[in-house]
Design a protein around this ligand. Structure first.
Ligand code: B16
Ligand code: MG
Length: 251
């Protein structure tokens, strides 16, 4: 039987969800199954991470006639717009007024949002649409834990606006990634304990945030994510059974 497929036990329609968890003989009755999955957005659901850094590069070229090195991209991944700008100004050894800081952040966002204009469901990263559908079929709760204030717009363009049970608002948490706040807020919005959740992340700061939240972390990327509970090279390597197994092994 396929993952999450319903099994008709008798004529009175007693139905059991055959999840990978049950397949390994662990019973749902004792709660030994993961209950929620918290997704990062940029770099996990869609390849928008590259658009963020391209917009920062354009801003820095236009205003400071400087080039940002590739290494700076990881330092801005998963990090809020304002914290990313601080990282960039530190690198350039520049200080700006509060007004200029706000104007620079707004201009970067305009350039970024422009690049999202043609975003469509075809831009969902490989394997993610099937993964979401397998989780939903198995009755798991899904939350979004993105640092991006553009999250709802992006989900809408990708045709995923209704896929999530809760979207944590990054504007309402005290501290951004690598602090655990956004993952804790997403779990709370789903009425789940952190320990019952896994978090999926492509950034160093995001994996640190999931670990600090007391959740099992799934890193999607290279060796820089060695601190994740389990690491996968790309989204196409993810599957419900593999993620459930990671939760079981690391909870
Ligand atoms: P915005 P994630 C993060 O999204 C990006 O990785 C990061 O580069 C960006 O600065 C941050 O969102 C804020 O985004 O400017 O759109 O509010 O990876 O947490 O989904
Ligand atoms: Mg990300």
């Amino acid at each position: 039987m396929a993952v999450g497929q319903a099994l008709l036990l008798n004529e009175e329609a007693v139905v059991i969800q055959l999840t990978p968890c049950l397949k390994r003989g662990v019973t749902l009755m004792f709660g030994f199954c993961m209950k929620g999955v918290l997704f990062d957005l940029d770099g996990v659901i869609a390849d928008t991470a590259v658009f963020h850094f391209a917009a920062w590069r354009k801003l820095v070229r236009d205003h400071f006639q400087a080039e940002l090195p590739d290494e700076l991209e990881e330092k801005t991944k998963g990090v809020s717009r304002e914290d990313s700008l601080k990282v960039i100004l530190d690198y350039l050894q520049l200080t700006v007024s509060d007004e200029e800081f706000a104007a620079l952040a707004a201009e970067k966002n305009e350039a970024y949002v422009d690049t999202l204009e043609d975003l469509k469901p075809a831009h969902i990263l490989p394997g993610i649409a099937d993964l979401i559908s397998d989780f939903k079929q198995a009755g798991l709760k899904l939350g979004l834990a993105s640092a991006s204030k553009n999250g709802p717009i992006i989900l809408d363009k990708l045709g995923l606006a209704d896929a999530f049970d809760a979207i944590a608002d990054p504007a309402k948490v005290a501290q951004g990634k690598p602090a655990p706040d956004i993952f804790l807020a997403a779990a709370a919005a789903l009425n789940l304990q952190p320990a019952d959740c896994v978090g999926l992340e492509d950034s160093v700061a995001g994996v640190t945030a999931i670990n600090a939240a007391g959740m099992v972390s799934i890193g999607i990327g290279g060796a820089e994510l060695a601190h994740a509970s389990e690491r996968f090279e790309s989204t196409s390597d993810l599957s419900y059974p593999a993620i459930e197994a990671a939760w079981q092994a690391n909870r």
